[in-house]
Design a binder for this molecule. Sequence first.
Ligand SMILES: NC(=O)c1ccc[n+]([C@@H]2O[C@H](COP(=O)([O-])OP(=O)(O)OC[C@H]3O[C@@H](n4cnc5c(N)ncnc54)[C@H](O)[C@@H]3O)[C@@H](O)[C@H]2O)c1
Length: 357
Amino acid sequence: MKKVLVTGGAGFIGSNFIKYLADMRGSWTIVNLDALTYAGNLENLKDLEGSEHYIFAKGDITDRMLVESLFETHGFDYVINFAAESHVDRSIKEPELFIKTNVLGTQCLLDAAKTSWQTGRDADGYPVYRNGVKYLQVSTDEVYGALGNTGKFTETTPLAPNSPYSASKASADMLARAYHRTYRLPVNITRCSNNYGPYQFPEKLIPLMIVNTLDSKPLPVYGDGLQVRDWLHVKDHCSAILTVLEKGQPGEVYNIGGNNERANIEIVRLILKTLGKTEDLIRHVEDRLGHDRRYAIDNTKITTELGWEPAYTFEQGIKETIEWYCTHTDWLSHVRSGAYMAYCESHYGNKSRPGGI
Ligand SMILES: NC(=O)c1ccc[n+]([C@@H]2O[C@H](COP(=O)([O-])OP(=O)(O)OC[C@H]3O[C@@H](n4cnc5c(N)ncnc54)[C@H](O)[C@@H]3O)[C@@H](O)[C@H]2O)c1
């Protein structure tokens, strides 16, 4: 029975992961540490409230005293760090916050794991750790920068982040790598392509386009819309993370992707068609500064070395996702009106940083 610290578990991927983990490893104890920024929504995890295997802790990953006390209380075996500022557009407006959470927060977690797990030193002076522990840093393919029309990112592609968001994620990856090399901390880094699926905050492409289509509102498309992303269903990302947690070699990086390249405009058209609306709603708007043109993941390492495969085809995944947003109108209206914050507040007190869409 493992004890797991999941950070950022009230966000899109973190909440999907906690539910996945509760299903797959029912005897494990999961502690969800989340600051409940605008992107954190505890309604995503309503089903787990009251479970003896799930604990929510409201707090910031940069809060050393809090993080250390959680380690002392719970004696974690695993840490999975999802907590991050995650929206590129916001990082262009407010880079400092991204450095604080994504870089300093990662360092704080790495330090706490190192201190809590160390049992001694070997003959060469390297720290030795308790058996069966691991720190997993959830990263992104955006750390590799942009591709031209061909080629894919492998784990050895040099990092060349282009936005403040991806630069902060790359910095966190470098810290995780350094803690493995210098202190031999058992670390894995996963770099995943764009996720889609239920519970995604409607500031990101797919839920934003679904929501605007449902409301017959204009669909803002950056530039010519020909930016290509490699899309993966969030549940496939969750299964990949659990695979790396349990089978990944310490110190290794694993790319995660589903070989599903689509241009943004193609996705927008598909959503319009599925929901029976015309392309008149599309509005091309000024492109994002420094917008990466194409990302694509080579997933050979995780598929051949760890035996992971995505379960969803894009066609099935996007159909289910559109249906999910159409049938979860309460969730959507709470997110859009800000009522989800009142829910979080009534359960866990004041939010740390209010925001909206
Ligand atoms: N969304 C994607 O397509 C994608 C793809 C690859 C990797 N990732 C990575 O996966 C992780 C999760 O992404 P997401 O899309 O679920 O993000 P999200 O924005 O939906 O969720 C982030 C969560 O972190 C919490 N958080 C933010 N700052 C915090 C802090 N200082 N302390 C504690 N909690 C804090 C928020 O409240 C929120 O619950 C991120 O690290 C992101 O870089 C995302």
